[in-house]
Design a protein around this ligand. Structure first.
Ligand code: MTE
Ligand code: MO
Length: 268
């Protein structure tokens, strides 16, 4: 399901602007090769300027996977950030962590890495942080703008040192999606490739709207994958696993909703 692109009028990030400039320069170069009189022609310059009003999706084609998701201002933040999916994991191990205010919680980071590690919330909070106000788009057709604070996933990955064959990050969550007493593993999970893992706006968020991340929204830690739909933004993170392939995990599609028929790459 592809959602409608955001309307124009947004401010381009510097990296995006220079990519766009490069693209415009080559458009100009091609045209001038055919007719260099046009370079002094005001109408032609207008054509170039209008190219700056390219649709959001065309800009994305120009700038590629590094393009930034739109960031908003404090005035745009919704009074209440809607919650969806699991609201309070019923799993006994999560319930115990929650009762202890997540003091005993740790994020395990392992798989294809040189130095597997486990990080406490205090350790993650002590790392350099990024704050971003973004719009969350759920595949069900609703959106909410919220302010997130967390540590960039790239920063955490730099500490565990992914091996050359690592291609995806698998997010393992605390919440079982059906009867948590069942033996089969039905916990929520997700995965992204390294382009998204190292994206500037991919953060492991521990704050929402200047408050500790509420349980409804994934306490103590959830990931933000700002260029993709809501179901990629795994809540209740317990473990990050670096893998070369995910076709042998669960039903092999790379995520709980993917195993139920949704797209693995849910770009917006
Ligand atoms: N662990 C876990 N992560 C999850 C879900 C879930 O049920 N469990 N739901 C997904 C869906 S469909 C959406 S839209 C967002 C909702 O995040 P929110 O509750 O903060 O709005 O979380 C995503 N991540
Ligand atoms: Mo969603």
């Amino acid at each position: 399901m592809i959602r409608k692109p955001i309307a124009s009028g947004r401010k381009l990030a510097p990296s995006r602007r220079s990519a766009l400039r490069g693209a415009l320069a080559s458009v100009g170069g091609l045209a001038l090769a055919g007719c260099d009189r046009l370079s002094n022609n005001a109408a032609f310059v207008d054509v170039l300027k209008s190219a700056q009003q390219l649709s959001h999706s065309a800009q994305r084609l120009v700038a590629g996977r590094k393009a930034m998701a739109q960031e908003f201002t404090q005035a745009d933040v919704a009074a209440h950030f809607r919650a969806n999916g699991t609201l309070v994991p019923a799993d006994a191990d999560y319930q115990t962590l929650m009762r202890g205010h997540f003091a005993a919680w740790k994020l395990q980071v392992d798989g294809l890495v040189e130095k597997p590690a486990a990080f406490t919330l205090a350790e993650l909070r002590a790392m350099p942080s990024r704050t971003q106000i973004t719009r969350h788009d759920c595949v069900e057709g609703w959106s909410t703008i919220g302010k997130w604070k967390g540590v960039q996933l790239s920063h955490v990955l730099a500490q565990v040192k992914p091996l050359p064959n690592a291609k995806y990050v698998v997010f393992r969550c605390a919440d079982s999606m059906d009867d948590p007493s069942a033996n089969a593993d039905s916990r929520y999970y997700e995965s992204v490739d390294l382009d998204d893992a190292y994206h500037v706006q991919t953060v492991l968020a521990y704050e929402l709207n200047d408050q500790p991340l509420p349980v409804n929204n994934g306490a103590p830690l959830r990931v933000r994958i700002e260029r993709q739909l809501g179901y990629k933004h795994a809540k209740y993170l317990m473990r990050l696993e670096l893998v070369e392939r995910f076709d042998q995990i669960r039903d092999g599609q790379g995520g709980y909703w993917e195993d139920n028929g949704y797209e693995w790459y849910a770009g917006i």
